[in-house]
Design a protein around this ligand. Structure first.
Ligand SMILES: Cc1ncc(COP(=O)(O)O)c(C=O)c1O
Length: 378
């Protein structure tokens, strides 16, 4: 008997505590966490500075509503802008950040069409689900937003003919996370961005999974020589407290005039007090260096594994995908890894996805590689 909807396929383990990159289940078994709670606890579990920030805020005030000035929102927005001319709207999740982006793009341009990509993932609410280029996500839920069209990822030909003045925005993940760690080519993104600019089409980058240091820079777009009109963020932003953000260019600010959009909980002080620390920490030279070094260690180590089960290895920073022969093999590999005390994620049908905390140590990566090799060789 359960009192829950069965919409998640849950494992029978319950994680009851965590410290750094290690988590412990109800039986006391320890695991190396290569999931970060699907790219959320990116600075590890119980980071002392984050715990301190949260505790301090707990003793001050939990909720103020958005009827009042909020200096924590100002501080986090400034850090997210990262010396560029972005303003922020705060919400509670990735899907809400994408809903906000959709509304902003339509209102700012007065246009209706949105272009997205096959195999993309943008969330589960109606707008974000409509942006998602996967029929399996949409199946059974009736009509999607009719104005969204999907195009092949990493291919300029087909979309180029459709970039006209009826289009409000293009939305893209720079690494498609949920569907299998597909990295966008730099040349493709630069060309797409240029063509959008020509037609007054807003360029939205969904950084819900790629952002907050995951790929080596605060946001992945910084590695693509572009400045998106709109950026969406969530997941790791408050390391486990619910927080989402939509950033838009200053020139779009007046589109969201008073009363045009809002959220009761969005940008609450508890999540923001943590986000403030998260954004300082991910930009420190120590964490930046760790992401670079551990990424190299992972990719070098994985490339040296000789296994017939591996088809491809791809990703950036600490967003890593290992494509395996098929989905059954992936299930077996994940179960074996779990048995050996390593938690991993699935992406698409057959990709083993690793999103370890950005604070993972050299010894922990070495241990992870040793176990992954043993399992893949077997
Ligand atoms: C790229 C991307 N966008 C949006 C979302 C949705 O975020 P949330 O689950 O916080 O609504 C996800 C979640 O996996 C994601 O990976």
């Amino acid at each position: 008997m359960t009192f829950l909807f069965p919409n998640y396929q849950r494992k029978p383990i319950e994680l009851v505590s965590g410290k750094g990159c290690m988590v412990t289940d109800q039986s006391g078994k320890q695991y190396l966490d290569l999931t970060s709670g699907i790219g959320v606890s990116s600075l590890g579990h119980q980071h002392p500075l984050l715990t301190k920030a949260l505790k301090q805020q707990v003793d001050k005030i939990w909720h103020t509503s958005n009827l009042y000035t909020n200096s924590l929102q100002e501080a986090v927005a400034e850090k997210l802008a990262n010396h560029k001319d972005y303003v922020a709207f705060f919400c509670n999740s990735g899907t809400e950040a994408n809903e906000a982006a959709l509304k902003l793009a339509k209102k700012a341009t007065g246009r209706n069409k949105i272009l997205s990509f096959h195999q993309s993932f943008h969330g589960r609410t109606y707008g974000a689900m409509s942006l998602t280029g996967q029929s399996s996500i949409q199946q059974g839920f009736g009509e999607m937003l009719g104005e969204v069209a999907y195009f092949p990822f990493n291919d300029i030909e087909e979309i180029a003919d459709n970039l006209n003045q009826e289009v409000a925005a293009v939305i893209v993940e720079l690494i498609q996370g949920e569907s299998g760690i597909h990295v966008a080519y730099k040349g493709w993104i630069k060309e797409l961005y240029k063509l959008c600019k020509k037609q007054g089409i807003l360029f939205i980058v969904d950084e819900v999974q790629t952002g907050i240091g995951r790929t080596g820079s605060l946001f992945a777009y910084e590695q693509y020589d572009i400045e998106p009109d709109i950026i969406t963020s969530a997941k790791a932003l408050a390391n486990g407290l619910p927080l989402g953000a939509m950033l838009g260019k200053q020139s779009l600010a007046q589109t969201f005039s008073p009363g045009s959009h809002g959220s009761t909980f969005g940008g609450n002080p508890l999540a923001l007090s943590v986000a403030c620390q998260v954004l300082d920490l991910v930009q420190t030279p120590e964490i930046q260096e760790n992401i670079q070094q551990r990424s190299l260690q992972f990719f070098n180590g994985l490339q040296q594994i000789s296994s017939k089960k591996i088809i491809d290895i791809r990703g950036k920073g600490l967003m890593i995908g290992i494509e395996l022969t098929d989905s059954l093999v992936l299930t077996q590999v994940m179960n074996q890894l779990e048995k050996h005390g390593v938690l991993t994620l699935r992406a698409g049908k057959n990709v083993l996805r690793l999103l370890p905390p950005l604070t993972i140590s050299q010894a922990e990566v070495a241990k992870a590689l040793e176990i992954i090799e043993e399992v893949l060789a077997g």
